[in-house]
Design a binder for this molecule. Structure first.
Ligand code: GDP
Ligand code: K
Ligand code: MG
Length: 293
């Protein structure tokens, strides 16, 4: 059989379950998953390799209206989802009716690329609600094939996976077949630390924070990591560090645990907190951190 390869872009509102699905496909914890919106700021590629296929998945940030410069740059990632895809996955969750961005929605319903509409979280619905929702989405997106799934409970995920494979064009692989992702290791370190910050602090804090890993030195048995947590104000710095450094220490310990699992090596991690005023609207900073690529 000829080799198939292609790009699959997962799009949809925040928190519908895009990252959960991608992780179920990839079988590795590549993108972070939390119950808070905007966890995924970057476009993340995950690559699933089979003997005769290569599926390159991207998980885009949720669709949001740009409110400040960083969000505008995030929307560029979403828009580019239309430009290089072989299959579009449009994910909605049970009970969802409106798409937040009308222009974006119009592009989906007029897409020449095959669209799979995944109605996710059906573990939270009953039969009647499910039937109503399927009818509703059939009408809204007539060009889509609809699958009712639970990404979390792995229900119908295999069916979607097989359908995607059947839609991929014949092509040699785009990346070496042992590649899991095209993002550097530092990216995962940053995202893991940011996930722990999301879990450990009240919600104003995580959105004022950016993480940059300055050092990632891999030896045979240990990886030494040094990361910078940037905040906007001194008060935030104090909160991140906590009484006698306890809060920051907890973030470091939790991040280390995940990173040891991910890299399969012992991890030594040092975290520093730095005040960098208005990092969110500073174009130079944004470029350096990779938002304006
Ligand atoms: P994203 O923002 O679209 O990437 O959404 P995430 O994958 O981060 O998921 C957001 C939240 O929804 C997390 O708490 C997930 O555990 C939860 N979730 C994802 N898929 C399902 C599902 O099939 N059923 C249920 N009940 N929860 C789900
Ligand atoms: K999320
Ligand atoms: Mg996500």
């Amino acid at each position: 059989m000829a080799h198939k390869a292609g790009f699959v872009n997962i799009i949809g509102n925040p928190n519908v379950g895009k990252s959960t699905l991608m992780n179920a496909f990839v079988g590795e914890k590549l993108s972070i998953i939390t119950s808070k919106a905007q966890t995924t700021r970057h476009r993340i590629l995950g690559i699933v390799n089979g003997e005769d296929f290569q599926m390159v998945l991207s998980d885009t940030p949720g669709i949001i209206k740009p409110a400040y410069e960083m969000q505008e740059s995030m929307m560029q990632f979403v828009k580019s989802a239309f430009e290089d895809a072989d299959v579009l996955i449009y994910m909605v969750e049970i009970g969802e009716k409106e798409l937040k961005d009308e222009a974006f929605f119009n592009r989906i319903i007029h897409s020449e690329i095959p669209v799979l509409l995944l109605l996710n979280k059906i573990d939270k619905s009953n039969q009647q609600q499910l039937e109503e929702q399927v009818d509703l989405w059939k009408e809204k997106v007539p060009n889509a094939e609809i699958f009712a799934i639970s990404a979390l409970e792995n229900f119908n995920v295999k069916e979607v996976f097989d359908r995607i494979i059947s839609l991929l064009p014949e092509s040699p692989p785009y990346y070496p077949k042992d590649t899991l992702t095209d993002k550097p290791e530092r990216f995962f370190v940053n995202e893991t630390i940011r996930e722990k910050i999301l879990i450990n602090y009240d919600k104003e804090i995580p959105y004022a924070v950016e993480v940059e890993t300055e050092e990632f030195i891999e030896d045979e048995n240990i990886i030494r990591i040094r990361s910078l947590i940037m905040v906007e104000r001194d008060t935030q710095k104090g909160i991140i560090i906590g009484h006698k450094g306890a809060a920051l220490k907890r973030v470091g310990m939790q991040a280390r645990e995940d990173l040891e699992k991910f890299f399969g090596k012992q991890i030594h991690i040092e975290l520093f907190v730095k005040v960098s005023k208005d990092w969110r609207s500073n174009a130079f900073q944004l470029r350096r951190l990779g938002y304006n690529q």
